[in-house]
Ligand binder design. Structure first.
Ligand code: GDP
Ligand code: MG
Length: 437
């Protein structure tokens, strides 16, 4: 494969930048530029050398490390230069390598080669991106688990069982008499076991989405209950405008905080009441929509007004994770012990509330084999539909029709780790990676 090169560190000024090459020609291209007495004719793999990069019209003091195939990230010969982290110098080093014959790497091309060389499966490659793009500890943990191969391991037995069943049925097409008994014995139990397994896996998607995108928390309540004050208290800044005038908040504000390693996306909304003007009416409508979409609704009640929850709202959010909370308990005791009490002014009780919400993500639990990626959720769903269709077809359809569904189920599941992923699936995935990864 042609040797590719790219800047692997973020574009910008920093202490060091890494310029990376992968491919058969990496070492000879590197040695045309790298001057270092200790290297001699050929560097020892996995060892850093300090030397000089002889550029076109410039010199750069830098480090070089060589990873010999197949013991490298991509499985090919890889060379990395650690140069001073300036935009110009990094770019100049890269340009020298390109002018010597390397090609600029496309987005995710190093990882794509790692996949093609069997260094990582597709879900592991996505795990690497998950770690890079993570914005919270929960996401880091989930990405790490996937990178370490937990989803790949979780799926392998299911794929294996499906593959064996397909082989048996295919043999049954050629030798119906010999295979009849085995097929009758294995078909139902195997497929039902796979079906059950995929159901369990699908059920992890709800938690997986919370990990991946954070938990969205809508703050709702009547005007002046203290929703904006609570947002400000959580953020430790005056983000939302707070006044004693009812109807101050009209637009929906969204801010993220990290609590116990989990990202909470907090939505401050307009107070729910009969709006007095057009702008407020739109605000109230947005508040309702935000609450409908949120994972968690925090319903604030004003303790000083002895509010009790609106039964219509309770009914509306019965299916949601709903926290009903008395606010302003620095001024008045909560009228009922049934609900939690906080003060957005002093901060009392706020941390406990946030910890409870974050616990929905079970940060301390292992994230092994959890479905966090939309692509995986879709593929598992597709596999389930084909398994169910195969089970339904078995009694009244010829074997080859049943096989069509089984093969499609296998195709769907195999896409997750790449066994059956087509080039266009790979293109779509690696296009989301950064250049140099
Ligand atoms: N004493 C006290 N006042 C609060 C508390 N929370 C909010 N307030 C006051 O209640 C009024 C309305 O607060 P705001 O956050 O704008 O309510 P929102 O309409 O629900 O967003 C403001 O004057 C706040 O200072 C609280 O916990 N204690
Ligand atoms: Mg407000």
């Amino acid at each position: 494969m042609q040797t590719i090169a790219a800047i692997s560190t973020a574009i910008g000024v920093g202490a060091i930048s890494i310029v990376r090459m992968s491919g058969e020609g990496s070492l000879s291209l590197a040695l045309r530029r790298f001057v270092c007495a200790a290297v001699g004719g050929s560097p020892e793999p996995n060892r850093m050398y300090l030397g000089r990069f002889a550029g076109d019209g410039f010199s750069e003091q830098c480090m070089m490390v060589y990873f010999r195939a197949p013991h490298s990230y991509t499985g090919e010969d890889v060379v990395e230069f650690q140069v001073h982290g300036g935009m110009a110098i990094t770019d100049m080093v890269l340009r020298c390598l390109l002018s010597d014959g390397a090609r600029l790497a496309g987005a995710g091309e190093f990882t794509r080669r790692a996949f093609l060389n069997g260094k990582v499966t597709l879900s592991q490659a996505e795990g690497i991106m998950g770690v890079i793009n993570a914005e919270s500890r929960a996401e880091v943990n989930a990405g790490y688990e996937m990178m370490a191969g937990s989803l790949a391991r979780r799926l392998a037995p299911t794929l294996g069982a499906l593959e064996r069943l397909i082989d048996t049925l295919e043999a049954g097409l050629d030798y119906p008499d010999e295979m009849q008994e085995e097929i009758e014995r294995d078909f139902g139990p195997t497929l039902r076991a796979i079906d059950g397994d995929l159901r369990v896996l699908s059920a992890t998607a709800a938690d997986g989405k919370l990990v991946r995108h954070g938990i969205s928390v809508a703050l709702i309540g009547t005007p002046n209950a203290g929703k904006s004050s609570l947002l400000n208290c959580i953020l430790h800044e005056e983000r939302a405008i707070v006044t004693p005038i009812a109807g101050t908040t009209r637009d929906t504000l969204c801010e993220s905080v990290s609590v116990a390693g989990v990202r909470l996306n907090l939505l401050d909304t307009a107070g729910l009441r009969e709006a007095t003007d057009e702008v407020e009416r739109i605000g109230v409508e947005r508040a309702r929509q935000a609450a409908d979409k949120a994972d968690v609704v925090v319903y604030l009640l004003d303790a000083t007004r002895h509010e009790s929850p609106d039964p219509a709202l309770l009914a509306n959010y019965a299916h949601k994770r709903l926290y009903i909370v008395y606010n302003k308990t620095d001024l008045a005791a909560a009228p009922s012990k049934e609900y939690a009490s906080i003060s957005a002014k002093t901060g009392a009780g706020v941390d406990r509330l946030l910890q409870q919400i974050a616990a929905l993500c079970h940060t301390e639990r292992t994230y092994g084999g959890m479905l966090t990626e939309d692509r995986h959720i879709e593929a598992v769903g597709r596999a389930q539909r084909h398994i169910e269709a195969a089970l339904a077809a078995y009694d009244n359809m010829p074997l080859d029709c049943v096989l069509v569904d089984l093969r499609q189920a296998y195709q769907a599941l195999g896409e997750i780790d790449g066994a059956t992923a087509t080039d266009s699936v790979l293109d779509r995935i690696f296009a989301t990676f950064c250049i140099g990864k």
